[in-house]
Design a binder for this molecule. Structure first.
Ligand code: PSU
Ligand code: MN
Length: 339
């Protein structure tokens, strides 16, 4: 009877803003919910790749945001890992999102952008939103996920030396041991200062593949040399395993350049970035609105996301890195059990 009453109460506490099914977190409920598929993979030592959701809630328009999110999950699956998209639904961190939960984040105007500093507010108020790289790293680490794939991370904004607009993604990389695989940092950021700041935070930054130049998301070139280079997934996994074994406590950033054939449109992107930056300045956009504004403007001006994101190389590479890393970590576990 009591159990029936509790479940009736639960089904009554519906997230009003989103209309359907997903109940608000009750006080005694855990702050994190891991989907059964992700939980099973983690328990079995299978490779898991975390994915962020600000790109879904604030990076792209509906419904292309949902179809791209699904596509990225499929690429991760086809390359051997279990995808774990992270988001906050009605005050709870979800690791591994169902179709319905993806829709909540991608469709609703009430989805907020949730970075490290926003987590306590969002969780205590029962809000829903997309997690940025920093918040996704926190969730991944708490669940035991070691590899995280994203498009582009935040960085030091242009003029950041005056405004101090430096993304919390960079400090998160300095304090949370998760490997972030991305296509670099967009030129709407100050890439030189972003690399300097990552050095200060003690973050190992490496390019993946032939190029030793740090990529700029839309282009394999940025004009800045990366501190390290790794040639393949096995080398990447060994690098991550070394960082974990030493207990450095910080993340690593692996930059996978976009395939060269896409770079031909980079001058169009560059013009759009300059226009977007100027517009943001004129409109007085500040704080957490800056990055979504710039992303939206550049997408609008170039239709770039449609051209590039359906084939994100970094999802394929990140998934394979997670496979190689799980082999190393499982072998180490076996060895420890035998000695
Ligand atoms: N840069 C991109 N694409 C993105 C973002 C940044 O090229 O989608 C998103 C990510 O979720 C990142 C966040 O974590 O923006 C950073 O926001 P801010 O600059 O406000 O820290
Ligand atoms: Mn900022």
């Amino acid at each position: 009877m009591i159990i029936q009453l509790i479940s009736a109460l639960r089904s009554c506490t519906i997230g009003v803003a989103h209309g359907t099914y997903i109940g608000k977190r009750l006080l005694h409920d855990s702050l994190i919910r891991i989907s059964s598929c992700v939980k099973e993979a983690l328990n079995d030592g299978k490779p898991v790749v975390a994915l962020e959701s600000t790109i879904i809630s604030h990076g792209m328009p509906y419904p292309c945001n949902i179809s791209i999110a699904r596509k990225v999950e499929d690429i991760v699956r086809h390359n051997g890992s279990v995808p774990a998209t992270v988001g906050v639904i009605c005050g709870r961190i979800h690791i591994g999102l169902s179709e319905e939960e993806l829709q909540v984040l991608g469709k609703s105007n009430h989805s907020i952008k949730i970075s490290r500093r926003d987590l306590p507010h969002a969780l205590s108020q029962g809000l829903s939103g997309g997690t940025t790289v920093s918040a996704t790293m926190i969730a991944a680490h708490k669940a035991g996920i070691k590899v995280f794939v994203t498009g582009g991370i935040g960085g030091v904004h242009h003029g950041g030396e005056c405004t101090m607009d430096v993304s919390a993604d960079l400090t998160e990389l300095g304090r949370t041991p998760v490997a972030v695989v991305s296509a670099g940092v967009k030129s709407m950021m100050d890439i030189g200062r972003t690399l300097e700041y990552l050095e200060t935070q003690g973050v190992c930054v490496a390019t993946f593949g032939e190029s030793k130049e740090f990529p700029a998301f839309f282009s394999h070139r940025s004009g800045f040399k990366a501190p390290c280079n790794i040639q393949n997934e096995e080398e990447a996994a060994k690098l991550i395993a070394s960082s974990l074994e030493l207990g450095l406590g910080c993340g690593v950033l692996l930059a996978v350049p976009i395939p060269k054939e896409y770079t031909t449109i980079s001058h169009i992107i560059e013009e759009a970035v300059q226009q977007a930056l100027q517009e943001a300045r004129l409109k007085g956009i500040v704080g957490k609105e800056v990055t979504p504004f710039l992303l939206q403007k550049v997408n609008e001006l170039t239709d770039a996301s449609n051209k590039i994101l359906p084939d994100p190389d970094n999802a394929r590479v990140g998934s394979r890195i997670a496979v190689a890393l799980s082999k190393i970590l499982n072998a180490k576990k076996q060895q420890q059990l035998q000695t």
